[in-house]
Each structure stands twice: as C-alpha cells, then as structure tokens.
Design a protein around this ligand. Structure first.
Ligand code: A4P
Ligand code: MG
Length: 192
C-alpha cells in the first residue's frame, strides 16, 4: 500500500488529546485534517479513551487515527499537521510524553522509511502503543505492511491492547469518512 492510482500517497496520522475537552479537540481535528491542502480524507477511526502512556499524573487521552491520500511530501504533511496543532493551542513545554491539547503524528507515509532530524516514519513508538494500533486497525487492513517491522496484524498480536476503550460513535464526523472508505467508488481526487 503506497502510491495509489488516483495520485498521492496513503498516509496514516495518529491523533491524541488529553487537555481542554479532548473529545472535542479530536473531533475538530478530524474535520481539519479532511481539509488539508492537496489531500483527501480516506477514512477515520472510531475515537478511543485511553490510559496515559508515560507520566501517570495526567488525564486519560482520547485517541483516533485517519488515513489521508496526500500529494504533500512527508515534510509538507508534518508542517501542515503542526499548523493544526498550533491552532489548537498546543504548547510544547519540553516534557516528554506530557499532556497536550492536540498531538498529530505521522504514523506511516506510504511505504517510506524516514529517519531524519525532526521526522521519523514509521513513528518509532508505533509498535508499542495500543492507543495507536487499535485505531489504526479500524481503518487499515490487517495485512498492511509496516516498513521495517511486519504486518499490522503481527504488531497487534504482540502488543498488550489493554487500557483502550471505544467511545460511542457519532455519525456526524468520522462515520461519514468511514462510509466514504467503504464505498466501491474512488474518492474525489485531491485538489492541486
Ligand atoms: N517528529 C519526528 N517524527 C515524527 C512523526 N512521525 N510525526 C518530531 C510527528 N512528529 C514527528 O514532537 C516532537 C518532534 O517530533 C516534533 O517536533 C517533530 O519534528 P512533539 O509532538 O513536540 O513531542 P511529543 O509528542 O511529546 O514527543 P513524542 O516523543 O513524539 O511523543 P509521542 O510519541 O507523540 O507521545 N498516552 C496515550 N494514552 N495517548 C497518547 O496519545 N501521547 C503521548 C505522546 C504520550 N502518552 C500518550 C499519548
Ligand atoms: Mg507528537
């Protein structure tokens, strides 16, 4: 799964929030990601309430994942995601794995393996995190190859998937995105 016949690359983006109405932050982010330039939303996962990984003195998170078809480069996509994070009032206080209004991580960018200062893809913690793998499994096939590390199904089999619970679905947002993904028709081409 990489470059597809309609142009662009299939990229998977992880979404997380545990401050200032996390569910609202994630639902707004889904809408904003659908509007990224040179990109089209292919699918959105359910939303999940997840126990914090890392420092425990922080609230539970809400996590989700989306699949985008994009003509942005990986660096261009990262810059676009960071603009969305800033619009959500994300402040980086330097605390690793600390609380945040919105975190957008590039999980996968086609079949690319990227290891540059400021960008590592697949996301280095992907294989260890149920809060990433469970939403990803909503929108990606089990056979999806993770560059450098087996299939999605293999990663899920190895990862303890506790502490992750789906929130009730709401048709208004990612339900529509999932309907699009399940349609036999190709989605509209992303705008240039
Ligand atoms: N960066 C490198 N690769 C990437 C990538 N693939 N996608 C760089 C996005 N950014 C990438 O990120 C620091 C730098 O990583 C960026 O400037 C970018 O150039 P950041 O968002 O400022 O810092 P961070 O997110 O605190 O760091 P880190 O280590 O990426 O944290 P994670 O891995 O995002 O983990 N528990 C639950 N339940 N749910 C969560 O969502 N999230 C975290 C944060 C911790 N615990 C959690 C959750
Ligand atoms: Mg991050």
């Amino acid at each position: 799964m990489g470059t597809d016949p309609y142009g662009g690359v299939l990229a998977y983006v992880g979404i997380g929030s545990n401050l200032a109405d996390p569910e609202g932050q994630v639902r707004r982010a889904l809408v904003e990601l659908a509007a990224l330039p040179q990109s089209a939303l292919v699918a959105g996962s359910r939303l999940y309430r997840t126990a914090p990984v890392g420092p425990q003195d922080q609230p539970d998170y809400v996590n989700a994942a989306v699949c985008l078809r994009t003509r942005l480069t990986a660096e261009g996509l990262l810059a676009a995601l960071q603009r969305v994070e800033r619009a959500h009032g994300r402040v980086r206080d330097g605390r690793r794995w600390g609380p945040r209004t919105l975190d957008l991580d590039i999980l996968l960018y086609g079949e690319a393996l990227i290891d540059r200062p400021g960008l590592r893809v697949p996301h280095p913690e992907l294989a260890n995190r149920a809060f990433v793998l469970v939403p990803l499994a909503d929108i990606a096939p089990p056979r999806l190859a993770i560059p450098g590390g087996g299939s999605l199904a293999e990663l899920i089999a190895r990862c303890p998937c506790g502490g992750v619970a789906a929130l009730p679905d709401r048709q208004s947002d990612c339900g529509a995105a999932r309907a699009l993904a399940e349609s036999p028709q190709p989605a509209a081409e992303p705008a240039d």
